[in-house]
Design a protein around this ligand. Structure first.
Ligand code: ADP
Length: 828
């Protein structure tokens, strides 16, 4: 019983009892036995949903009660807020909870006053790099989902961060929570921790394979789930779960079972939900239909992308899909509605399996293979991953048992699936640290934040990682380290002198900005290239060929004939023919691409022949597109793939806009480099569309992405441009164009709207409508006729008042403005 744990602070045990936690689950009791509430380090390797979070809470609360401070590391940002919300119930007992998300370049000093801090491993890594003082006060660190050290991308960060925290705080308690893995003992050995390993689950899990007309379970039993001829097994399984089970109904009083369907792509998730909504619709009550209609309306309001509508249409009928392309608001609405048993079935990509607490009566693993580019085809998923999906089956307090079902088309596959996933043990986790991209970043950070001053110290630090405990071949780590050090030296990020290592000033900046050194090198090259070639490029732009497009008003966006915002068309009062002398490159471009604007008589021919230098002053260079392209070609940006036909499209864009790109375009014969250049260009075009106010739904359509992807790209671009701004400043280059490009992606507007879009509650669409109503600045908002403001805001009084308040208007009240703002009269 929690009452029997003396280290727990006052009130905690009785609070737990109120929550219905009467007794500790066996793995939790084992953890207490092993000393987790007395400051002992622990690795808990137990199945999904068997109470790992409480183990962490017991450790953190008792550590804080002894005067310490705790940190809970989550693998995903979405989980950070979820965990914080969960821990906030301890605030009543005097524990302050803080969550650290947001920028990677601050030290989060305010967190010093919190007892428990929740953050992602990337965020913790950056806090350490930025020298957050409170890190030294930590007494307890929890690593959630520690098996992700196996992940090539995020794993090394978690591994190195745990290493640094332990170096900074000798005696630090480390509590690592893991799914069941093949080598939990190795993880425990690495962390000098006790091991609690268990397969215990609070709800029985029956695993099986559906083939033909029945599910065969691992206990030898069968359940008939016939599939009509031409029908789909998934639909039959979802229907069967909803139809219920008399035995279950007798036990739990609830005979309606929900289903979670795992598929391998976003497109499949959407298609599956669209089919299954007809199944779920048949099981809804009138009351549920009403509540679902409200949720559907909420979902439609989240964004104007088509995904919102598709999702809303499904949810109205009791089905949903869930994947990383959704906006965070979409996802949380779907998750909550599923937990409330309103949404009966969710078709999801495996991202849902990691983390977010969404238990279901039945889990259907429809796709157990996923396309893998490196593998060159469909590759079976890891046992660990499938087990995590299956572990979502069984709702505590609702279901007597959970069911996890794989699908087989024939009896051989059924047997294979039993062998491969049901009888199989999960794989061991393996460190991915000894790869160049990971070491490049972490070697620089380790040197820059003073964890190593010599090559030997660096190797010694790396020697305490999981990687080192897992390899007999220490020479590999040494070789990669030396390669990486040579790279960092070559690029001016570190200095090597007789075995001693130190970070240069720019190296420190790169580490604090949380950039991959290769990203920083690319940005620095691009900015320096722009500086060296400014004259030539700006002339090419100013002279017309690039001018018409420099603010993104290409054919696709030309439907918005607004002012040429980057000022590149200055001087366009000249109707002269396109100049020819001295602008060789530009006229070449114009004729190469057949861009009619280049030769159009009323095209904006900026530089007339008289004084080219004067015209240059009016040209913004580098342009936003050039900067978007620069950050899009760094390893810190996920680029969009080129689909069929894209190569031609973007090759054309590339030549049209070449004068804006910061660096020489690779030759078309350099296949790989050219492809990458074009992928980055496609990504840059998405950002440019966003920053020229193209509608979200048009962007999703044009690039085949979801609204969540747009936000992801925009956030990354904002971060990288912010970093580029700092780097430009340090290199003595003008940061102004970079800052402007950053603001334009941040707000998703052309530059004439920057002032308005920066006002809270305004946003890109409202800013445009206000602007069109003649309100162009904050000052205008303070002065403007209220009915004009209300009209531009489509009669939304509350919004209008809030906005006026935010710009500091004396009397923001809309009470005296009539109707929906269409009437300009005050009722007086
Ligand atoms: P995990 O992190 O292992 O996936 P969770 O910590 O989310 O699992 O726990 C799953 C559910 O079990 C939560 O809803 C939690 O409140 C509940 N739970 C945890 N421990 C107990 C317990 N000892 N008694 C009853 N319920 C518990």
């Amino acid at each position: 019983h929690p009452e029997e744990v003396p280290e727990l602070p006052e009130g905690v045990a009785s609070h737990l009892r109120e929550e219905g936690i009467e007794a500790l689950y066996p793995p939790q009791a084992d953890a207490v036995e092993a000393g987790v509430t007395r400051g002992e380090s622990l690795v808990a390797s137990v199945p999904t949903a068997s109470g790992k979070t409480l183990i962490a809470e017991l450790a953190m609360l008792s550590s804080v009660a002894r005067g310490g401070k705790a940190l809970y590391i989550v693998p995903l940002r979405a989980l950070a807020s979820e965990k914080k919300a969960e821990f906030e119930r301890w605030e009543d007992y005097g524990f302050d909870i803080g969550v650290s998300t947001g920028n990677y370049d601050s030290d989060g000093e305010w967190l010093a006053s919190r007892d428990i801090v929740v953050a992602t491993s990337e965020k913790v890594d950056s806090l350490v790099r930025n020298g957050a003082g409170w890190i030294d006060d930590l007494t307890c660190v929890v690593a959630d989902e520690v098996h992700l050290v196996d992940d090539a991308e995020r794993g090394p960060t978690l591994e190195v961060t745990l290493g640094k925290l332990r170096t900074l705080n000798p005696g630090l308690q480390v509590v690592a929570l893991s799914a069941t893995v093949g080598n939990a003992d190795a993880v425990a050995e690495w962390l000098d921790a006790e091991l609690v390993e268990s397969t215990w689950r609070p709800i029985d899990l029956r695993m099986g394979v559906h083939y033909g007309n029945a599910i065969s379970f691992d206990d030898g039993s069968q359940r008939e789930v016939p599939v009509e001829s031409g029908g789909r097994p998934t639909a039959a399984l979802v229907d069967d779960a909803l139809a219920g089970d008399d035995d279950v109904a007798r036990e739990s009083g609830d005979d309606q079972g929900s289903s979670l369907v795992f598929v391998n792509s976003r497109r499949n998730a959407e298609a599956s939900a669209k089919r299954l909504r007809d199944v779920t619709a048949a099981h809804l009550t009138d009351d549920e239909r009403g509540r679902l209609a409200e949720l559907a309306a909420e979902l439609r309001d989240v964004s104007d992308a088509e995904t919102s509508d598709t999702l809303a249409d499904c949810v109205a009928k009791g089905a949903a899909f869930h994947h990383a392309g959704l906006a965070p608001e979409h996802r949380s609405i779907v998750e909550a509605a599923f937990r409330d048993r309103l949404v009966k079935c969710v078709s999801a990509t495996p991202t849902l399996a990691a983390g977010v607490n969404t238990p279901s009566r039945r889990v259907i693993v429809r796709d157990w293979r996923r396309y893998d580019g490196e593998f060159g085809g469909m590759k079976p998923l890891d046992v660990l991953e499938i087990h995590q999906m299956m572990g979502r089956a069984g709702r505590p307090g609702l279901d007597p048992y959970g069911e996890a079902v794989l699908l087989a088309k024939n009896s051989e596959t059924r047997d294979e699936l039993f062998e491969r996933y049901i009888w199989a043990d999960p794989e061991p986790v393996r460190s991915k640290l000894a790869a160049e991209p990971a070491l490049r970043t972490h070697a620089l950070a380790t040197v820059a934040s003073g964890f190593a001053h010599t090559r030997a110290e660096l190797l010694e630090f790396l020697g305490r990682t999981l990687y080192a405990t897992q390899t007999d071949d220490s020479s590999r780590l040494e070789t990669v380290t030396d390669d990486v050090l040579a790279y960092l030296d070559r690029n001016g990020f570190i200095e090597r002198d007789d075995g001693s290592l130190s970070a240069t000033s720019i190296g420190h900046t790169v580490s604090q900005l949380y950039l991959d050194p290769m990203t920083a090198a690319e940005i620095i090259d691009g900015l320096e290239w722009a500086d060296a070639n400014r004259g030539e490029m700006a002339r090419a732009l100013g002279d017309g060929s690039g001018a018409a497009t420099a603010d993104g008003s290409d054919a696709a966006t030309a439907d918005r004939p607004s002012a040429n915002s980057d000022g590149v068309a200055a001087g366009s009062d000249s109707d002269d023919d396109p100049p020819s002398t001295g602008f060789q490159r530009a006229s070449e471009l114009a004729s190469n691409t057949g861009d009619e604007r280049g030769s159009d008589a009323d095209g904006p021919a900026a530089a007339d022949n008289s004084d080219p230098e004067e015209a240059l002053d009016d040209v913004t260079y580098p342009t936003a597109l050039g900067l978007f392209h620069l950050v899009s070609r760094t390893p810190d940006m996920y680029q969009l793939y080129l689909k069929s036909g894209d190569r031609e499209t973007y090759t054309e864009v590339c030549y049209e806009r070449e004068a804006e790109l910061l660096g020489r375009t690779p030759s078309e014969y350099e296949d790989v480099r050219f492809e990458e250049w074009l992928s980055a260009l496609k990504t840059a075009k998405l950002l440019e569309d966003w920053a020229t106010e193209v509608d979200e739904d048009r962007i999703t359509e044009r690039y085949g992405v979801g609204p969540g992807d747009i936000r992801g790209k925009v956030e990354t671009a904002e971060w990288l441009l912010g970093a580029a701004e700092r780097l430009a400043g340090e290199l003595g280059l003008s940061p102004v164009p970079v800052r402007e490009a950053k603001k334009r992606v941040q707000y998703g507007v052309r530059d004439e709207l920057l002032a308005l879009a920066g006002v809270r509650n305004v946003g890109r669409k409202r800013a445009r409508r206000l602007f069109e109503a003649g309100i162009e600045s904050r000052a205008d908002l303070r002065e403007a006729d209220k009915s004009t403001v209300l009209g531009a805001l489509r009669g939304r009084r509350k919004t209008a008042e809030r906005i006026l308040e935010n710009v500091g208007r004396q009397d923001p009240s809309m009470d005296d403005v009539t109707s929906d703002g269409s009437a300009a009269q005050s009722t007086g």
